[in-house]
Each structure stands twice: as C-alpha cells, then as structure tokens.
Design a binder for this molecule. Structure first.
Ligand SMILES: Cc1cc2nc3c(=O)[nH]c(=O)nc-3n(C[C@H](O)[C@H](O)[C@H](O)COP(=O)(O)OP(=O)(O)OC[C@H]3O[C@@H](n4cnc5c(N)ncnc54)[C@H](O)[C@@H]3O)c2cc1C
Length: 498
C-alpha cells in the first residue's frame, strides 16, 4: 500500500537504472503506446512533469484497420505510426523501447527486461490479447488479429490458399483450400468475412486461370444467436442480411468445439459437423494483457474473468492512488454497472482523465474523483457501401453508415501522411476493386521440387508430378522466399518481424 500523494508529488524513489531524467520534476511513467498510453502522453504535454512512455514496439498501431492489412487493402505502414515521430514535439516525453516484465508497487518501480524505472505516477495501458477460451493449442491453426504480424500472417494464409487451390486438381481438396472460416461474429469477424468475400468475388476475379475465386466459401461462425451482439437487434439483422448478399454463410448459435490442421468442428443444436478448411481465422474472445495480472498481484488486488484489473472510479488501482490502469486491461464499470467495453474511445478518454487527475493533484485544486465515459457510438463495416452505425439514439445503415465509417476511421489515424495514403488507397480500391497490398510475406510452406511443364494446371494430386506432405496433402513446389515489401512497407520506420 502506498501513501496518498500530496500536491507536489514530492516523494521520490531511488533513481532508476534506465531513467532518462533523474532530478527535477515529477516523473510519470506510461506503459504502452497504444490508444491509452499515447493519449496520456499527449494530454500531459503541457504539464510540468517528465513523462517516460515505455512500449515493446516502436510504433503506435491503429488496430481498427488491422483487418484491412489482413485482407491486402492496406500495408502495415499505413496503420502504424512510429512513437518517436508522434511524440517528437512533446518535449517533456521520452520514449523507451523496452518490455515491462513486473511492477514493484510498494517502491514505485516498473521493472523492465533490461532495467528499472521509478515513478511518481504510473499509467498502465498494456491492452489485451486473444483468448481461445482455454484452448491455446488452437492458436497455430486459427490465428487471431491483434498485431501487425497477426495481420500479415492472416494475409499470407488467405492468399496462399488461393495459390494452392489454383494448383489443385482434386476438386474435393480444392474446395478445402477455398473454404474460409471466420470464428467470431463481432465487428472484426464481420469485417473479415465481408472483406474475404469481396476479395474472392471481385479482387481476384481475373487473377487465376484454373480456379474461379468467386466459388470460394466464406463461413462466419458465432456462438450467440446474432452477429454484432453488442449492437441493437435491427442493426445485427441488417449486417447479417448484407453478409448474406455477399454470399457469406452466416452460422449463428454455433459453437466451435475443436480446431486442428485443416479442419474446424462446430456444434449446433447438439449436432456436430466437421468443416474442412485450411484457412481458419480467429476473431472471438479477448483477454487482458498478462501485465494486468502482474500489476494486480503487485498491488494485492483482483482481476476479473477476462483478466482485467478492477479499478476505482477514478481509474486508479485500489490502495494505490498513484497507479492508473486504463483501456482494455482495466475493468471500470459504466453507468449500468457493467464493465466499459474494450474500445478505443474508452482507452483514450480514461487516459486523458488520468492525465487530468495527475495535473489536478499537482495544482492542489479540485481533483476529479470519477471517470465518466462519453459514449461516441459504434460502427462496423461489412463491405463496400455496407455498414451499420449507432450514434446516440440514431441508427445508420448501408452507404451512409459506410461513408461515416470511412470518415471516422480516416480522421482517427494519428499521422496526416497515413491519412493521405489511406485515402488514396481507398479511393483506388473503390474505383478498381483492387487491393494492392496482396503480398504473401513471411514463411512459406514445406518445399518439394518437381518442375512442371509450362502451362500445366497443377502438380498437386498427381502422383507422378508431386509429393505429398505429412498431412497427406500434396505440396507445391516453391523456392522458400518472401516477396519483397511494398515501397510503403520499405519506407516505414516501423520494426516488424512479419
Ligand atoms: C482487430 C481489432 C479491431 C478493432 N476495432 C475497433 C474499432 O473499430 N473501434 C474501436 O473503438 N476499437 C476497436 N478495437 C479495440 C481497440 O483497438 C482497443 O480497445 C484499444 O486499442 C485499447 O487501447 P489500449 O491502450 O488499452 O491498448 P492497445 O492500444 O492495445 O495498446 C497496448 C500497448 O501496450 C504495449 N504493451 C503491451 N504489453 C507490453 C509490455 N509488457 N511491455 C511494453 N509494452 C507493452 C503494446 O505494444 C501496445 O502498444 C479493435 C481491436 C482489434 C484487435
């Protein structure tokens, strides 16, 4: 337990191993450069404090557009902004590229993988990660979408599936390659399923010679009885209708009970079905960053079932008024008593609130005691000119909601340059149906060689022409290589491994 901090934030701990500044003004350490952390740093830019923002990545990621990277519409650099660049004019902020591994709350220290930081105030905004509901073994067969690497891995799997289908002569196996299963009917699942269908029906329409990409099956699975469960029922219905128009096979009330190499098992009304698919994408389930548990343990408080730390009405950790937990990793009740949702506006507003509290304490004036969330509404896109939105009591659907979605997401991108690039890419895609970032990057599958005669449709399935891999499926001959990145990706200061 720590003592209440007075107006001057005078108490100091021993100097940190990695501290960039050790004397003078109160120190605020921010963990995470996502929506919460970055906005906290920006909100403190005029405060008489020294801010240190720590993130294990050197960039801020605009997660709402990750699915567009996963489906080849945008390049990673379009939706990521280097933290140093964003904070270059925030003179009181220092960026540290480091992994936070623990907290020493009693001594006001943050433990890094390679040092320590001491603080007067701490804002932790480490976000969340996927949850496979206790089946982490599914993760290698059904990647989730949280990082740039996840998005490029999804993109690789999607595009590679069409490549494999093109070379497949067995119609049954070809069908498996051309079956895409998206698990989770929330906004991300709906966006992925809609985009996949558009890729198959429009973008790739003329790109292959031996398959018709439009024959691809896209199946969207959700355990609840409607998609977009958090939306009003009529908007869910509209989204489902729009998905069906895009020929997405929407299966609600359907539970995934197993995922393995090349298949998903689902259960509906007690009946099980195995769906053969090489491309299963996970858009269900979220849990707090493991740092939430570490912080909770360090402070002797509880986490909820989703691993979020239960915070006080002013977003501080119980008994630790100098520690704020905000965004996806915090369980902060809304007006209805339920935890506020894991969305960007919650993280942004909580971070700004924490910055305000810190400044009010320093000024010695009235200190706000309760965070009040201003709901800005919700919107999800389904496809070209298809979206649903709810803002206040007003509901929007179809083209108008889609334009609103485009505008809001464009304006929320942190950097002007990204906005311009994304606007151009979207305009180009809109006019041509093209998705220019259709690169297969990262690791390729197993390599077996046999030269195909020119013009041959496929070696796969032909015992004279190809070998089979351990799955019993024939393997494509390929030299293992990654295609070079787009100019955008090369230009980026963004360090990714994907
Ligand atoms: C695919 C997808 C689509 C989404 N779409 C929307 C949408 O349309 N609208 C919306 O409002 N919300 C959307 N969200 C949710 C929104 O992105 C989150 O609510 C928001 O990012 C939460 O902000 P945060 O600051 O809590 O965490 P994040 O933005 O996730 O930031 C966490 C930061 O902490 C860093 N970090 C984590 N652990 C450590 C560590 N140990 N050491 C150092 N650094 C660490 C991470 O690198 C990251 O930069 C979406 C999320 C996803 C994944």
């Amino acid at each position: 337990m720590e003592g209440r901090i007075d107006g001057n934030l005078a108490s100091r701990t021993t100097s940190a191993v990695v501290d960039p500044k050790t004397v003078g003004r109160p120190r605020v350490v921010i963990v995470g450069g996502g929506f919460g952390g970055l906005n906290a740093a920006l909100a403190l830019r005029k405060a008489a404090v020294d801010v240190t923002l720590v993130d294990r990545r050197n960039f801020h990621l605009f997660q709402p557009l990750l699915y567009q990277v996963a489906t080849g519409a945008l390049s990673p650099a379009n939706i990521a902004a280097p933290l140093r660049g964003v904070l270059r004019k925030t003179r009181n902020a220092t960026v540290l590229l480091a992994e936070v591994v623990a907290f020493d709350a009693a001594n006001r220290r943050v433990v890094l993988d390679d040092g320590e930081l001491s603080y007067d105030s701490l804002i932790v905004a480490a976000g969340s990660t996927h949850s496979y509901f206790g089946h982490d073994e599914w993760s290698s067969f059904a990647p989730g979408l949280k990082t740039i690497e996840d998005a490029t891995e999804m993109r690789r799997r999607i595009l590679f599936a069409f490549e494999r289908a093109e070379r497949e002569t067995d119609p049954e196996i070809r069908k498996h390659w051309m079956t895409f299963v998206v698990v989770g009917g929330g906004p991300t699942g709906v966006e992925l399923a809609g985009a996949l269908s558009e890729i198959a029906r429009h973008t790739l329409r003329h790109d292959f010679r031996h398959i018709n990409p439009a024959e691809a099956r896209v199946i969207l699975i959700d355990a609840t009885d409607r998609v977009l469960m958090a939306y009003p029922p009529d908007l869910s219905e509209r989204a489902e209708r729009d998905l069906k128009k895009l020929r997405v096979d929407v299966r609600t009330g359907t539970l995934v009970t197993d995922v393995g190499e090349g298949y998903v098992v689902v259960t509906r009304h007690g009946q099980s079905e195995q769906i053969a698919s090489w491309t299963v994408l996970w858009a269900a389930g979220v849990q707090a960053s493991p740092l939430a548990k570490k912080l909770a343990d360090a402070c002797g408080v509880d986490t909820d079932r989703a691993g979020r730390i239960k915070v006080m009405p002013d977003c501080t950790v119980p008994n630790f008024p100098s520690i704020f937990a905000v965004g996806d990793m915090a369980n902060c009740p809304g007006p209805d008593g339920k935890p506020l949702p894991g969305v960007a506006p919650v993280a942004i507003q909580q971070a700004r609130f924490a910055a305000k509290v810190i400044q009010a304490r320093m000024a010695g004036g009235d200190v706000p005691t309760s965070f009040i969330y201003r709901d800005q509404g919700m919107m999800a896109t389904i496809g070209r000119r298809k979206a649903v939105a709810k803002i206040g009591r007003a509901k929007f659907r179809g083209a108008i909601a889609w334009y609103m979605w485009l505008f809001v997401h464009l304006m929320q991108l942190v950097q002007f340059q990204s906005r311009l690039m994304v606007l151009l890419q979207w305009a180009w895609s809109y006019l041509t149906f093209n998705r220019s970032a259709r690169l297969i990057t990262g690791k390729m599958l197993a390599v077996k060689t046999k030269v195909l005669p020119a013009g041959s449709a496929a070696s796969i399935g032909d015992p004279d022409a190809a070998d089979t891999d351990h799955t019993g499926l024939p393997v494509v001959e390929h030299s293992p290589r990654s295609e070079s990145a787009s100019p955008n990706e090369r230009r980026a200061e963004v360090a990714t491994t994907g």
